[in-house]
Design a protein around this ligand. Structure first.
Ligand code: PHE
Length: 453
């Protein structure tokens, strides 16, 4: 079995696919609005620290567990320990994959829907964000629109994953990631050349520390997990297709760099435009779907930029969604001996159905609240704020305390011999973060998420 396991065509292919997983709605939809709500530059500074001291060390560990075992999250822990506890951690990852993909696809559907609406000319004639908000409300409130685009988005995800690791995921990432980057460059040029753009740049670079409190630190840390696709085995699964000749540490560094670069670039493109139109940067989740269409309405060539922007968002969402489905598929292929096609069709189908109540949370089921949250919010909160940090915590503890240090070092040095020779201090620092810094900080986030702190 192991010899026939699928693999990436090259290290570059792996890095692009993993960066594709990391760069998603988290970077372009979520990051700008949480940065906006939490005061801009100061929040970004804290987020960067979280990425460096928690995201990066845990990402190396997660990829390494996958590469060493060549297995899905459940099989990987089963291969490294005898303990049922760790196998259930892997299992929780697969469940988180089910959950995140189900609601992610709903928003992914909106992004395609917005590309279509732009082409139909219905998105760029607003005088105020409130007007754009009314259209947004009526679109997501329309059952057929919501479920229709959720279906379309999901079909695309399944189509890519069914073609396999190299011919599907890697190939799609190699086409989509350069397109994504080019669109972002165009949008940045548009943004910074608008009159009044400098206020947007100041918002991103000049910190206002008074806005920072415990809550914003926790949001920054939680987001570090989500944006790097950490804690549920997506990076582990992608790592399992990676060659032992390739360098895990420098690949992880490149993934972190690309993910952060693209989040910041999205921030620049969005905030220069928002400030130039004199709109509110702290508009919350509606920033992208309500404030931006109002911005595009005021801009020369707004139609084109709107089209490009929502296409960018759809591509980013797609390359992340395929990594979520791949976790589930790898589990059924490795552990249950299913064919890739059967696994994609059956479990893709199940996750698609699970997404339907999330799509209906914006219309039919909008008032069906569980603990004051809609179905969509419950799934999002449980997966993003509980399961991901928990998974990240367990990965840090596993690599720092459970897996023997000699075994970890042998595994990580394969392909990275020179790096550890050139920077001998890196090992100690990495373990310091894995063993102490990450577990303590993540535990704080979890307690906060669960309302205990
Ligand atoms: N990293 C993705 C984003 O920023 C979301 C994601 C989380 C993807 C977990 C895979 C696994 O949108």
């Amino acid at each position: 079995m192991t010899q026939n396991r699928e693999a990436w065509g090259s290290r570059f292919g792996f890095v692009l696919a993993a960066a594709g997983s990391a760069v998603g709605l988290g970077n372009i939809w979520k990051f700008p609005y949480i940065a906006g709500e939490n005061g801009g530059a100061a929040f970004i500074f804290i987020y960067l620290i979280c990425i460096a001291i928690i995201g990066f060390p845990v990402l190396i560990a997660e990829i390494l567990i996958g590469r060493t075992t060549k297995k899905n999250p459940v099989g990987a822990f089963a291969a490294l320990t005898d303990s049922k506890l760790w196998v259930s951690v892997g299992f929780l990852g697969v469940i988180a994959g089910f959950m995140i993909l189900s609601f992610y696809s709903v928003i992914g559907g909106w992004t395609i829907g917005y590309v279509v609406e732009t082409m139909r000319g219905s998105l760029t004639h607003f005088a105020t964000p409130d007007e754009a908000g009314i259209l947004f409300g009526s679109l997501v409130g329309d059952i057929r629109w919501g479920i229709g685009f959720h279906s379309l988005f999901f079909a695309l995800v399944m189509l890519i994953v069914i073609r396999g690791v190299k011919g599907g995921i890697e190939r799609a990432s190699k086409i989509m990631m350069p397109v994504l980057l080019s669109i972002l460059v165009i949008l940045i040029i548009r943004g910074v050349t608008l009159e009044g753009a400098s206020k947007g740049l100041a918002f991103l670079w000049v910190p206002d520390w008074s806005k920072i409190n415990g809550q914003s630190v926790l949001i920054a840390l939680g987001h570090a997990f989500f944006t790097l696709s950490l804690g549920m085995g997506a990076m582990l699964t992608y790592g399992s297709y990676m060659s032992k000749r390739d360098n895990v540490v420098s690949s992880a560094a490149l993934i972190v760099f690309l993910d952060t670069l693209i989040a910041i670039m999205a921030g620049v493109a969005i905030f220069t435009a928002v400030f130039a139109s004199g709109l509110n940067p702290a508009a919350g989740p509606g920033l992208i779907f309500q404030t931006l269409p109002a911005v595009f309405s005021t801009m020369p060539g707004g139609d084109y930029f709107s089209f490009l922007f929502f296409l960018l968002l759809a591509i980013a969402a797609l390359t992340s969604a395929i990594s979520l489905l791949e976790v589930v598929v790898a589990y059924f292929v490795d552990e249950k001996g299913w064919s890739r096609k059967t696994a994609v069709l059956i479990f893709g189908g199940v996750i698609y159905l699970l997404g339907i109540p999330s799509a209906l949370s914006f219309n039919l089921l909008a008032d069906a609240k569980i603990f004051d949250k809609t179905f969509f919010d419950v799934v999002d909160f449980t997966a993003s704020n509980v399961l991901l940090p928990f998974g990240g915590l367990m990965i840090a503890i596993f690599a720092g305390w459970i897996w023997s240090r000699t075994a970890v070092m042998t595994a990580v040095k394969a392909g990275a011999e020179n790096l550890f020779e050139a920077y001998p201090w890196f090992e100690g620092l990495w373990f310091l973060f894995l063993k102490y810094v990450a577990p303590v900080l993540i535990t704080l986030v979890l307690l906060k998420s669960l309302g205990i702190l």
